[in-house]
Design a protein around this ligand. Structure first.
Ligand code: CA
Length: 235
């Protein structure tokens, strides 16, 4: 339940799905603005200055990816893609165009609402990282770069902190492999997803209660990673 009133824009040509989304979002006291095509979506994004947009990719006038690119020219608002397209390439194209996350249709209501909350949190923080991350009994302070658990201090390398920094700035949202590598290593290492995988594996061994079944550092197959925060686990 939200205390503040947030305005959410839905860009979706299927009236049935728009209506389901409206009912779901209004039950959480979000204000909802609808657009049935990409052109209308751009107009409503300008007029209403929504706090978050939910965008379908298969729109009648233009592709949703083109819409995302256009909205990104004038607004940093969080954009959640809601699409039946499940190919990794489609997800990566939408995320590269500036989307913050991707939810597949058919969607589950709790999952969609968790993504909406994560998107709104990203907006409220203005992209700032959360200062303290909790992995069950282990907590990571990203400001002081110190980590402690039940058995005392846990050592993380500077690079491991940079990977966590990047995930934390988008906590609850997908971060693509390319984005993580660019932000943690720098552009010259682009494409080194094997190196990234081994760092994620190390982080899981140090932080996850059960590294073989990660609860916090989640893999989004073929796309990237997601840091799940405790607010979502409680729901
Ligand atoms: Ca559609």
């Amino acid at each position: 339940m939200t205390d503040a009133m947030f305005t959410l824009l839905i860009v979706e040509d299927d009236a049935g799905i728009r209506s389901v989304l409206r009912t779901l979002l209004e039950s959480q006291r979000y204000r909802v603005v609808e657009a049935e095509n990409a052109a209308r979506g751009v107009i409503e994004a300008r007029n209403h200055r929504p706090d978050l947009a939910i965008v379908d990719l298969g729109l009648p006038d233009r592709d949703g990816v083109a819409l995302i690119r256009e909205v990104r020219r004038f607004s940093p608002l969080p954009i959640l893609v809601l699409s039946a397209r499940t190919m990794e390439a489609d997800k990566i194209a939408a995320l590269d165009a500036g989307a913050d996350d991707y939810v597949a249709k058919p969607f589950s209501a709790p999952e969609l609402l968790a993504r909406v909350r994560a998107g709104l949190r990203r907006n409220a923080q203005g992209g700032e990282q959360l200062p303290i991350l909790r992995f069950g009994p282990i907590s990571v302070d990203l400001h002081t770069r110190s980590t402690s658990g039940p058995e005392g201090a846990v050592h993380l390398t500077p690079l491991e902190y940079r990977v966590l920094d990047c995930l934390a700035r988008h906590s609850g949202l997908i971060v693509t492999q390319a984005q993580l590598i660019r932000e943690a290593w720098g552009p010259e290492r682009a494409g080194d997803s094997r190196g990234l995988r081994s760092y994620i594996k190390m982080l899981r061994q140090k932080l996850e209660p059960d590294p073989r079944q990660p609860r916090y550092l989640l893999t989004e197959a073929g796309v990237g990673y997601r840091l799940r925060v405790d607010d979502e686990l409680a729901k």
